[in-house]
Design a protein around this ligand. Structure first.
Ligand code: DMJ
Length: 539
């Protein structure tokens, strides 16, 4: 509630000309009394916060300019006011709760539960993925219901073959964030318990983990389609942030040891042109096919190098060097400009470029902006320009469709630019990466076009993806009417709606100097310098 509304005599039109000095002495006294009461209340509230939140109070809690009126309805937000996503979150959540409670995801057209093979028979992906978004949006009743579900139903003791990467980024990441935000012990306990269940995945000759793991037997294997039985760069390279926090919270060094060993294996290998191929055999420790991508199969590996450095309070110099060296190789070998002036990140197959960029690749605008001011040789300005160009290209991929939503992949060949040409690349599954980049660009530049672009995405989501039972992906963003895929992905609640919310919030809401977002948008606190002994000890 704004302080002004607590006062007995706020400036009304009749009083417009009354300056504070024109108040009578008794009015001044009452004003002072009410104001000091308000301050006392604030301190009292901080005192009663749970422990972890107390540490972060003043860091996490929003500034007064983002009002708590956001659930009222959809309207175009003014700068710093009422993000559009809480009503969207409410609608997604209510429908999930009504039709699919306990299932991994919601089918919003057929109004029933949905699960992909990524989670095996594990349950509740949407609940765990959405916990922190509910908390951040102050949907505390919903957060309580989700907490109760986790306490009574989230069970890892099952004969389930799961994706180590997906379970780590969504379940471990979701539980860790929920713990750090709410201070509730159940989340810490469940995160560590699940982390322990994932450890057998690292039982390979090199310590590079399997992609798939049976939680009961501890037997792992790789995706049958992956080159020569390889593990995938974006999968084994996207465990670092969560595992460092698991060591931090459990006092067990083995989580950190496992991910630091991945770096050691990579450091020993030759990198073609300084690039990291997407496939690595966990038995031989040799690269598989020389395919390189900053999109699918590669993406979050690069993200986690940068964020490992940031999350270590900038003590992880190795992570920093690996990130900036990799970015340099990416710029030299993969980043190109189209004849129409659009900068894009191509894919690399054994030295040949495929002039295609994925929706997934669009996260890179945000990543490059986030890393810009730590770059070597005063590259900050250059990297910010690069990030802005990528954001523009990704916006173009949205703007050039009928629905103003981006395709899964778009090309820069055969006479097209930023347009999908293959039918199986025209779908949109509520992915977050473009909005994620708008959010980072907004924070670093305050250029209003990023909020404008975010608002365009909100309108398109409402027009084409919102259905009676929730939000659905669409099969062809170039069509005039939507053909829905009938899935409300858990990352829509974890990422897309959260990044939209942050795009329209003030900068001091989850500020970057204190929080790092995992690749599923789960905020993890920076581990302050005095707490990084475990990591240093392992190097
Ligand atoms: C999310 O699960 C994560 O962002 C991951 O890194 C990539 N894919 C999805 C969203 O598109």
């Amino acid at each position: 509630m704004p302080v002004a509304s607590l006062l007995p005599f706020t400036a009304t039109p009749n009083r417009k000309s009354a300056s504070p000095t024109s108040f009578r002495l008794t009015e001044k006294f009452i004003l002072l009394l009410v104001f000091s009461g308000f301050i006392t209340l604030c301190f009292g509230a901080i005192f009663f916060l749970p422990d972890s939140s107390k540490l972060l109070s003043g860091v996490f809690f929003r500034s007064s300019s983002v009002e708590a009126e956001t659930r009222a309805g959809m309207h175009r937000p003014e700068r710093g006011k009422s993000p559009p996503s809480p009503p969207m979150m409410q609608f997604s959540w209510d429908n999930y709760k009504r039709y699919a409670w306990g299932s991994n995801e919601l089918r919003p057209i057929s109004k029933q539960g949905h699960s992909s093979n990524l989670f095996g028979s594990l349950k509740g992906a949407t609940i765990v993925d959405a916990l922190d978004t509910l908390y951040i949006m102050e949907m505390y009743d919903e957060f309580e219901a989700a907490t109760e579900w986790v306490e009574s139903n989230l069970d890892f003791n099952m004969n389930a073959e799961i994706s180590v990467f997906e379970v780590n980024i969504r379940f471990v990441g979701g539980l860790l964030s929920a713990y750090y935000l709410s201070g509730k012990e159940v989340f810490r306990r469940k995160a560590v318990e699940l982390g322990e269940k994932l450890l057998p995945a690292f039982k390979t000759p090199t310590g590079i983990p399997w992609a798939l793991l049976n939680l009961k037997s501890g037997i792992g294997r790789n995706w049958p389609w992956a080159s020569g039985g390889s593990s995938i760069l974006a999968e084994y390279g996207t465990l670092h942030l969560e595992f460092m926090h698991l060591s931090e919270l459990s006092g067990r060094p083995d989580f950190a040891e496992k991910v630091m060993n991945i770096r050691k294996v990579l450091n020993r290998l030759d990198k073609p042109q300084g690039l990291y191929p997407n496939y690595l055999n966990p038995n031989s420790g040799q690269w598989g096919q020389h395919h390189v991508s900053v999109g699918g199969l590669g993406d979050s590996f690069y993200e986690y190098l940068l964020k490992a450095w940031l999350m270590s309070d900038k003590t992880d110099e190795e992570g920093k060097k690996l990130y900036y060296d990799a970015l340099q190789a990416i710029e030299k070998n993969l980043i190109r400009k189209s004849s129409g002036g659009l900068t894009y990140i191509a894919e690399w197959k054994g030295g040949l470029l495929e002039h295609k960029m994925g929706h997934l690749t669009c996260f890179a605008g945000g990543m490059i902006a986030l890393g810009a001011d730590g770059g070597p040789d005063d590259k900050t300005g250059h990297q910010m320009e690069l990030a802005a160009e990528i954001a523009r290209t990704c916006h173009e991929s949205y703007a050039r469709t009928s629905m103003k939503l981006g395709p899964e992949a778009f090309r820069f060949d055969g006479g097209v630019e930023a347009i999908a040409t293959r039918q199986n690349e025209k779908y949109f599954i509520l992915r977050p990466e473009v909005i994620e980049t708008y959010m980072y660009m907004w924070r670093f530049t305050h250029d209003p076009k990023y909020r404008q672009w975010g608002w365009e995405a909100v309108q398109a989501l409402e027009k084409y993806c919102r259905v009676e039972g929730g939000y659905s992906g669409v099969r062809d963003v170039y069509a005039n009417t939507p053909n829905h895929d009938d899935v409300q992905q858990s990352f829509y609640l974890a990422e897309t709606l959260k990044y939209l919310y942050l795009l329209f919030s003030d900068d001091d809401h989850l500020p970057f100097e204190h929080w790092v977002f995992n690749t599923e948008a789960h905020p993890l606190p920076v581990i302050k310098k005095q707490n990084v002994e475990i990591a240093n000890h392992l190097k």
